[in-house]
Design a protein around this ligand. Structure first.
Ligand code: ADP
Ligand code: MG
Length: 246
């Protein structure tokens, strides 16, 4: 079992405020892990620290990706290594179409812009499978997209960029049942033996159709609890209190 992401003793601060302290987490290649935890415990902070967002300062510890230290690297460099983060609240980007954005993003991570015709073919095929109308390719990125449409566009990004590690931050927030299905189907289409996922969610519905290998629960600024997929149902039913005494 080779480890794709290994986090050791990680402490992260925003400004003066310490959000995570001495956090450890390992994600092997080919596994799907879930990160849960009450609001404000630092789930998005952890995701941002893995991606290298400059707003978050690593004050201690290491992040290893495929065995290499990445803390000093820019978010761009990390994206090139194959780390992908979908945001909790994707931004609207006027003036750039979804298709152009994806082609540029793909070019940035691959160091070579994909050939137009092939790219168009690939994106059309993925869009068809996701049930995204053709018109979306030509619409401005996320501008006027509904919550469900933004999620579809993110899943499209995931499938087109095909990273090694995909971190989905609350991929299901505000989604109706059909849109949740788009996300879980997208996740299942993305998954293979060579890549890994970290899904941040509260929603057991999203995870119903996804095979989860391990669940981590953030509490007390670190991973306070860990377990198998059975934790998802237990937390959904009885809240995080169920973990006390474990
Ligand atoms: P979660 O995703 O688990 O709900 P977050 O990581 O968003 O939690 O936030 C954890 C804590 O860090 C919260 O107290 C939040 O207010 C604070 N925090 C996160 N990001 C920032 C930021 N950019 N500026 C100031 N405080 C932040
Ligand atoms: Mg969050």
């Amino acid at each position: 079992m080779s480890i794709l992401l290994e986090i050791k003793n990680l402490s992260v601060a925003v400004g003066e405020k310490l959000i995570l302290r001495d956090l450890d987490l390992k994600i092997p290649v080919g596994e799907t892990h879930v990160l849960m935890g009450q609001n404000g415990t630092g789930k998005s902070t952890l995701a941002s620290a893995i991606m290298g967002s400059p707003a978050y300062t690593v004050t201690n510890g290491e992040i290893l990706f495929e065995g290499e230290k990445i803390i000093e690297e820019s978010p761009d460099k990390r994206a090139k290594r194959g780390i992908f983060l979908s945001f909790q609240n994707p931004e609207e980007v006027p003036g750039i179409t979804l298709e152009n954005f994806l082609r540029t993003a793909k070019g940035a991570v691959a160091d070579e812009k994909p050939r137009l015709m092939q790219f168009k073919k690939d994106i059309r095929a993925q869009m068809e499978q996701l049930g995204i109308g053709e018109a979306y390719a030509g619409r401005e990125l996320n501008v006027g997209f509904s919550g469900g449409e933004k999620k579809k566009s993110e899943i499209l990004q995931l499938l087109m960029l095909n990273p090694k590690l995909a971190i989905l931050d609350e991929a299901d927030s505000g989604l109706d049942v059909d849109a949740i299905k788009v996300v879980s189907e997208g996740v299942n289409r993305f998954r293979n033996e060579g890549n890994s996922l970290l899904i941040i969610t509260h929603n057991p519905k999203l995870l119903e159709d996804i095979k989860v290998d391990r669940v981590h629960v953030l509490s007390g600024k670190k991973i306070g609890f860990e377990g198998g997929a059975e934790l998802i149902g237990q937390i959904a039913e009885s809240g995080f209190a169920v973990l006390e005494g474990k």
